[in-house]
Design a protein around this ligand. Structure first.
Ligand code: GRF
Length: 217
């Protein structure tokens, strides 16, 4: 069984979707450890409720980002993690973590990348006046939200949307996309080919949908 390490900072609703997906066997993997840089974050409580090792690792105690990432790597390796999933982890990671888990770190971002990377993807989409936004699951590289894209889902921007309402609608799709991507990864169906990603079994149904996870159901 593939072992997933989840890094989170906040509410952890994506973490919950991953925990639920593993429990329901929709994801053929298990969450081996949850690490959170914010003590008391809801994500830690969710891990504890699921009887998954929950580690609070406040970053303030470390002199540099690299020192912090060295400790992250140690905890992940101690729990024999195969795949690292960033789920609302509000920290920039360094080559220390990237190198230890090369091409084995995923992230979920609330925009259709490469549009609107960074901290405020939803706010930026609204400010730009786009009619469609969404979410993206990608492999993490050395840039900020720049790595190869695995799964994306489109979400319409509605009249009267504000950051909160649009983010909430995108979050529903994040849970679908992230669990689907991790499941495909665990099945060995994802192949990185430079910046492009080939997914076994995802070739058919052109035009059927604009939401890529549906192609893979
Ligand atoms: C999500 O919108 C995710 O895309 C972003 O941070 C948020 C985390 O939400 N990176 P949650 O903690 O999973 O509820």
């Amino acid at each position: 069984m593939m072992r997933v390490g989840v890094l989170a900072s906040g509410s952890g609703s994506n973490l919950q979707a991953i925990l639920d997906g593993c429990a329901a066997r929709a994801i053929p993997a298990e969450v081996a450890v949850v690490i959170c840089n914010v003590p008391g974050a809801r994500a830690l409580q969710r891990a504890e409720a699921a009887k998954v090792p929950a580690v609070a690792l406040p970053h303030q105690k470390f002199k540099s980002r690299e020192d912090y990432d060295r400790e992250l790597v140690a905890v992940l390796q101690r729990h024999r993690v195969d795949l690292v999933c960033l789920a609302g982890f509000m920290r920039l990671i360094t080559p220390v973590l990237l190198g230890a888990f090369q091409n084995r770190i995923l992230n979920i971002h609330p925009s259709l990348l490469p549009a609107f990377p960074g901290m405020h993807g939803v706010r930026q989409a609204l400010a730009a006046g786009v009619r469609v936004s969404g979410c993206s699951v990608h492999v993490v590289d050395e840039g900020c939200d720049t790595g190869p894209l695995l799964i994306q889902a489109a979400v319409p921007v509605l009249e009267g949307d504000d950051e909160e309402t649009l983010a909430a609608r995108i979050l529903v799709q994040e849970h679908r996309c992230y669990t689907r991507a991790i499941s495909l990864w665990a099945q060995g169906r994802i192949h990185l080919e430079g910046r492009r990603v080939r997914i076994d079994g995802a070739a058919g149904a052109p035009g059927r949908t604009i939401s890529s996870p549906e192609l893979l159901d």
